[in-house]
Unconditional design. Structure first.
Length: 105
């Protein structure tokens, strides 16, 4: 039961992240920057338990090194969270590829 609830939450968070990111990018709604960044961070946290040990290790390594590099630059918490919003470019690309492929069938 708990697995189903978490899976459903993960689906909603991923979908909302992509939808809000598209609205943010296409509609130029600057007020969504912190929302999409928080959703991106939440997406990482929700996906982490579902991946294998190698991917989990690499993810944690890159997050730790990236966090260390950002903190050494004197970044505030707000700026740190905003960095995660940039990751949605890649996630949105992979989500939109199947949709774009339908155009060529």
């Amino acid at each position: 039961m708990a697995d189903s609830w978490i899976s459903s939450l993960r689906t909603w968070v991923f979908s909302l992240s992509i939808i809000f990111f598209l609205i943010y990018t296409i509609g130029q709604v600057e007020q969504l920057d912190i929302v999409i960044s928080a959703l991106s961070l939440l997406s990482i946290l929700l996906a982490l338990p579902t991946v294998g040990p190698v991917v989990k290790g690499m993810t944690l390594f890159f997050l730790a090194v990236g966090t260390w590099l950002v903190w050494n630059q004197g970044t505030t918490i707000y700026e740190y969270i905003l960095i995660y919003g940039d990751m949605l470019y890649l996630l949105t690309l992979f989500a939109m590829l199947p949709v774009l492929a339908l155009l060529f069938e």
